[in-house]
Structures are given as structure tokens and as C-alpha cells.
Design a protein around this ligand. Sequence first.
Ligand SMILES: [Zn+2]
Length: 202
Amino acid sequence: MDLPDDLSLPLDRGAPWWYWLAGRPALDFVNTRRERWWRNVETLVTPDDLAEWVVQAGLLTELPPVDRELLLSALDLREAVSLTTDALLARTAVDDDALHIIEAWLPGAHLPDRLRVPRDGSQPVLSPGFPAHPGRYALGLIARDAAEMLGTEQRARVRICASDTCSARFYDRSRNGQRRWCSMQGCGNVAKARRHRARHAK
Ligand SMILES: [Zn+2]
């Protein structure tokens, strides 16, 4: 997944450059820092970017209030997930600080229970309540997704795109677990064309 070479950096707003092919929020989130192999393009630029991202990711239905402090925390969490994912892919030692950052967000994924009588009923119903801080709740959900991915057997399905010039991380949900490219239309196609050219150049 390439960005235009002549992109003016740093970006003012990141939203036009998000992509969604990682198969789960934790890795779509990691992928908001693009071209990690080259320009390291930040696409969570403003607090509004983060608010919009968590809605587009399906974590919240309404834009949450986000300030700069929460944005910085989100970037910390993202890089912690990225570091831990990279250690998994490279089979190197996991960074303890990164794990602590992810772990610290886990309680944020829980909603307080509610026990209320619904408007049309007489018996109380137990249901999940609303987050006091929706933005923090969304980060909790991302951390929870990352922890499930990295801390269970799901880790065997974590991948990085096989292209040398693509830093997309993704979760392989294919039946045989052989997915190599972030997308068949993008990097997969480029590789296919390259193989084709190599074969016919002989
Ligand atoms: Zn790719």
C-alpha cells in the first residue's frame, strides 16, 4: 500500500490516508503509522483524527471528545502494540514497557453494568452501561484486541505484508493461513506482475 511520493509531510489531517485491511482493530491501528520502512507517515495527526478513526473502526458509534493528551496516549498505545507485534514477527524479546502500556489500558475496555427497568417493562434488566469517557473506552477496546491477539494462540496468524516496500500488518483470517499480502489488489498484484515480467523477460 503505497502513498504518493510527492505527499506534503507532515500531514495536516490523516483521515484521507487510512486503510482498513488488517482484519482487526489492533492492527488497523498500528497501520495508521504508514510506511514504517521509509517515511514513517503519521496519519493520526490531530485529536479529531483520533475521534474519527475510532468511529470508522467501528469501536464507537458517535465521535468521542478527544484532547491532545488522549491523542498522545493513543500514539503511545499504538507504538506499544507495534513493538510487541514486531517482536512476535521477528521472534525477538518482548519489550516489558510496551507490555505494561497495553496492559494498563485493559481495564478501560470494561463497561460498568447497569440494572435498570426499561421504559416498556416492569422488571429490571442487567445490561452493559455507557462509558464515562468514550475515547478512553475506545483505546481500552484496542488494547483488549491487541492483548487477545498477542497473548493467545491467535498470535500464529499475525503477519506483515510480504512486500519489501509495505509495512502493513494484518491478521490472517484465510482458511489455510497462507495469506502473504496486505491486499491482492495492491501488493499482491504488484508481485504477480513482477513475476510475470521476470518469466517473460527470459
Ligand atoms: Zn502490502
